[in-house]
Write a protein that binds this ligand. Structure first.
Ligand code: SF4
Length: 110
């Protein structure tokens, strides 16, 4: 917990997919304040990689924790998986598949 990986290696997915060029990102910055916190740190085969300037690397805290955006409050959300994303390697969170309705019924009948 509090590793900060989700705040320091971020892809931005918007309508047409992961943002790949700076110009596209500059347009996005006007849409939501969260994007103004982000700084491009790299580009890889997926697209631009960002870090959030609100993350304090020394203290390992979000400096706006009380007022952090909804996307951060909801993290981790299964939408990550729907977008073919993955959790960071050392993340304390993980996703576990839930039983299907028929599996639950089967268990109840036992
Ligand atoms: S706003 Fe806070 S929680 Fe959200 S990415 Fe930035 S540092 Fe992390």
């Amino acid at each position: 917990m509090r590793c900060g990986a989700c705040c320091t290696k971020i892809y931005v997915n918007h309508q047409k997919g992961i943002i790949k060029d700076e110009e596209e990102f500059l347009k996005l910055k006007k849409l939501h304040p969260f994007y103004t916190y982000l700084e491009i740190i790299d580009k890889d085969e997926n697209g631009l990689v960002f870090k959030c300037n609100k993350f304090d690397k020394k203290k390992h805290i979000c400096t706006i924790h009380k007022y952090r955006p909804g996307i951060c409050r909801r993290y981790p959300s299964e939408i990550i998986l729907k977008m073919n994303g993955v959790m960071h390697e050392n993340c304390g969170y993980s996703f576990k598949p839930i039983d299907s309705f028929s599996e639950i019924l089967k268990k109840m009948k036992k």
